[in-house]
Write a protein that binds this ligand. Structure first.
Ligand SMILES: Nc1ncnc2c1ncn2[C@@H]1O[C@H](COP(=O)(O)OP(=O)(O)O)[C@@H](O)[C@H]1O
Ligand SMILES: [Mg+2]
Length: 239
């Protein structure tokens, strides 16, 4: 089976093993009864392994809602969403936890723990995986910090780092476990243009090295060139 989807997407083919993510005919609603409101409409989107895709669109158009569905943070209500071939419609708790372990999240605010050092924050990105000896986690976290240019800041607390540095720690934490997919929701929104560019360039470079797929939501026109493909959402639909 194959079906043609919106120009923003590509043709979806069932059983295609190269897709990291295949979203088909996804609708989503918030609220109940009279307050029930549809926020996503018949979405189709495919992300291939290693692709860097930017999603743009006005505030309130549904970008974060779609990101949380893809990352297994919210339950799919209808349609189909396959994550590395695993269907998320009617997925159970264990399946959703499996999805979350394959995803590195980077948010607008860095979401670091202020009481932990940069190195300890990055180690947290490995603890969710479980089963690694402490020394191995510390070594990998140190390498991840070095990869984002902060090899000498492992003992610094977030309050001692600039906004761009904090966001680079967040990238190290997201990528230290070598996730299949990175979901970044307006990661440069709180940064000046130079730091913003550095942050996305680092994300792009690391993703290329690790072969991971990136879906990045942004309003920032200055970073669109890092994308292999740009999709635009408006009022819950891809343009
Ligand atoms: N938890 C929620 N409960 C009810 N409505 C929500 C919730 N989250 C988002 N919405 C609504 O869904 C729509 C899409 O929101 P969102 O996905 O956050 O858009 P974007 O990320 O593009 O700004 C908006 O109308 C928003 O008000
Ligand atoms: Mg949002």
């Amino acid at each position: 089976m194959s079906l043609t989807v919106s120009p923003a997407s590509q043709t979806l083919t069932q059983g295609d093993s190269t897709a990291t993510i295949a979203v088909q005919q996804v609708n989503h609603y918030f609220g109940k009864g009279d307050l029930r409101k549809q926020v996503l409409f018949d979405l189709n989107l495919r992300l291939d392994k290693g692709e860097v895709v930017i999603m743009t669109g006005p505030s309130g158009s549904g970008k974060t809602t779609l990101l949380t569905l893809i990352g297994g943070l919210r339950s799919l209500q209808s349609g189909s969403l396959r994550f590395l071939g695993q269907e998320l419609l009617d997925a159970n708790g264990a399946q959703l936890r499996w999805v979350r372990r394959q995803v590195g999240y980077i948010f607008q605010a860095h979401n670091l723990h202020n009481s932990l050092t940069a190195l300890q924050n990055v180690v947290m990105g490995l603890e969710v995986q479980g089963g690694l000896p402490v020394a191995v986690m510390a070594e990998r976290a140190q390498q991840a910090l070095a990869d984002v240019g902060l090899g000498d800041r492992g003992h610094s607390y977030p309050s001692q780092l600039s906004g761009g540095q904090k966001q680079r720690v967040a990238i190290a934490r997201a990528l230290v476990s070598h996730p299949a997919l990175v979901l970044a929701d307006e990661p440069t929104a709180a940064l000046d243009s130079k730091s913003g560019r550095e942050v996305v360039t680092i994300m792009q470079t690391l993703a290329r090295e690790q072969g991971c797929t990136i879906l990045l939501v942004t309003h920032d026109n200055r970073i669109l060139d890092v994308a292999d493909r740009i999709v635009s959402m408006e009022d819950g639909r891809f343009l």
